[in-house]
Write a protein that binds this ligand. Structure first.
Ligand SMILES: [Zn+2]
Length: 175
């Protein structure tokens, strides 16, 4: 799985680029961590990674917001998309039960391009959709990274980019 830091920083940066404020973007991006709370029950990549399970909770909230608080509808839809970004990103790192229970296979999409350092014209493109029957295992202990060196590096580059963007935009406005 991408680590929680990556699950957070990707939607956070997208929300900021869409013009959403830092506080609101932080709150929304935190929602992307929810599907991994299944580790608290010693099951990882459980039904919390299914888009149908996520929509089961989010669709009624969207409907209620649309009927009773129309001003909040956009926020609730954004929150739903942020949560859905989690299983989408997981799809590219390991088997994810994204369409469970309608489709009983967990999906893992492998997209890689490899070259030979001795001959860079030798390029191998790998695109594979791997399937595995969905089984929710209860594991006695699960070690999961909260962040890794690579995740920290990516996060720092994105944050520096967002700070620079803020700096340049405020400078442009003051001219
Ligand atoms: Zn996950």
């Amino acid at each position: 799985m991408p680590e929680p830091l990556i699950h957070f920083i990707v939607p956070f940066s997208v929300l900021i680029m869409c013009g959403i404020g830092v506080k609101k973007a932080t709150l929304f991006a935190s929602l992307a961590l929810l599907p991994d709370l299944d580790v608290l029950f010693h099951i990882h990549r459980s039904f919390s990674h299914s888009i149908f399970f996520i929509l089961l909770f989010c669709a009624p909230v969207i409907a209620i917001a649309a009927v009773k608080h129309s001003t909040m509808t956009t926020d609730v839809i954004i929150a739903t998309l942020v949560i859905l970004s989690h299983p989408f990103m997981d799809l590219f790192t390991y088997f994810t039960p994204i369409f469970w229970p309608l489709y009983n296979n967990a999906i893992y999409i492998v997209v890689e391009m490899i070259t030979n350092m001795d001959n860079v014209s030798q390029v191998h493109l790998l695109f594979e959709i791997k399937l595995e029957p969905v089984m929710f295992h209860h594991t006695a202990s699960i070690y999961v990274p909260i962040f890794t060196s690579q995740g920290v590096a990516i996060t720092l580059v994105i944050l520096i980019g967002l700070i620079l963007r803020h700096f340049f935009l405020s400078k442009k406005e003051s001219v």
